[in-house]
Design a protein around this ligand. Structure first.
Ligand code: CA
Length: 364
């Protein structure tokens, strides 16, 4: 089989209601989509936070065998001048092609699933332009409990007063049994991150995500030693080299690679192996279209519990609850959280069929 053509699509979806994390307001959602054609009539879909250049496509992909995934990854990285985020979409599309060619879902190509449905945590609870944000957050959090979620994550990093007040309010709204994580989206420096972390710790938080900027290895190590809670991060890191020091120096308790940034299935497996060798947990980050959602499910299904125990800490799947038609409408059959669980797709490849009318509607 040979690759005959590669198309890229930059999708943009305008949000009805903007929302903010600690760093910025979001007014639209974006996705870089890659579609790879072959002479066997099989096509594959991938998503990256950037897409490969035409020069990289011509030099590294056209005429190649899509089964040569590792070789193509290295060629794109070493000679093609592509970063891991641009390779991610290509890598996911190649695994989609191989799965379709072999009539197997990707998780089986990766060695099989430890779980066919994954307990989800609801990602939401952003800052919004509403008169009473505390009441809005409490209502939203209770809504997730009503939908069957046993875990959720809220945004912090808006300053000590906001964080202390609203984390306590959300904890009170959902009760003691629900897992609650917080995410500061790199909004603090080390001293502020520790100070705020000490003040919100009494709310029984499952992890504290990205308290500081992505690459500050020593800062993460300092925060992790200072606080009695799990520290998580890594969603913005690219390639195994990006993760190496943070994993080896124990900057995290939980490593969160994003399959559409870190380098696709091929690179995420290497990052997961490095985390395992250093006794750290991997819980993938997910913030994208139906394609990234499906790819993350396949990969997360193949990550063993760490440590394996009678009652292991659950492998929680990040389920984005914000409004985004690139996630809800791009696949003809939407992937949904049902009673707090998300099923791993069982059809060949990624196991989803793309709706081309939706693709064309949001392509720029
Ligand atoms: Ca995050």
């Amino acid at each position: 089989m040979k690759i005959t053509e590669v198309k890229t699509y930059n999708l943009s979806y305008p949000l009805i209601e903007p929302f903010a994390n600690a760093r910025s307001w979001s007014k639209a959602r974006h996705a870089g989509i890659v579609e790879i054609y072959t002479d066997a009539g099989i096509t594959g879909w991938g998503e990256g936070t950037s897409t490969p250049s035409q020069a990289a496509i011509d030099a590294c992909l056209i005429g190649e065998d899509p089964f040569d995934i590792e070789v193509i990854w290295n060629t794109m990285h070493q000679r093609g001048g592509s970063n891991a985020a641009a390779i991610s979409g290509v890598d996911i599309a190649l695994w989609d092609i191989v799965g379709k060619a072999l009539n197997q879902p990707i998780y089986r190509l990766l060695g099989g699933a430890f779980r066919n449905q994954i307990p989800a945590y609801a990602t939401g609870l952003f800052k919004k332009d509403v008169p009473d944000i505390t009441q809005a957050l409490m209502d939203e959090a209770k809504g997730y409990v009503d939908q069957g979620f046993s875990a959720m994550k809220m945004k912090i990093g808006f300053g000590e007063a906001y964080d202390v007040k609203n984390v306590a309010a959300v904890r009170k709204a959902i009760g003691d049994e629900i897992i609650l994580a917080v995410d500061a989206n790199c909004g603090y420096d080390v001293g502020t991150a520790i100070d705020v972390g000490q003040k919100i710790a009494e709310n029984d938080l499952f992890w504290y995500e990205e308290p500081i900027t992505t690459n500050d290895v020593e800062g993460y190590v300092e925060i992790r030693r200072a606080l009695n809670m799990r520290i998580a991060g890594g969603e913005g890191l690219q390639g195994r080299w990006g993760f190496r020091d943070l994993i080896q120096k124990r900057g995290y308790d939980i490593v969160q690679p994003d399959i559409s940034i870190a380098g696709g299935f091929t690179e995420c497996r290497k990052v997961a192996a490095m985390a395992s060798a250093n006794h750290l947990r991997v819980l993938p980050h997910m913030w994208g279209s139906s394609i990234r959602l499906a790819a993350t499910l396949h990969w997360q299904a193949t990550i063993p519990d760490a440590p394996q125990a009678l009652n292991p800490i659950p492998s929680l799947f990040e389920f984005d609850m914000t409004e985004n038609r690139l996630r809800t409408d791009l696949a003809k059959v939407p992937i949904q959280a049902v009673e707090g669980y998300v099923a791993v797709p069982q059809e060949p490849g990624l196991g989803i069929e793309i709706d081309r009318t939706v693709l064309e509607k949001y392509a720029s």
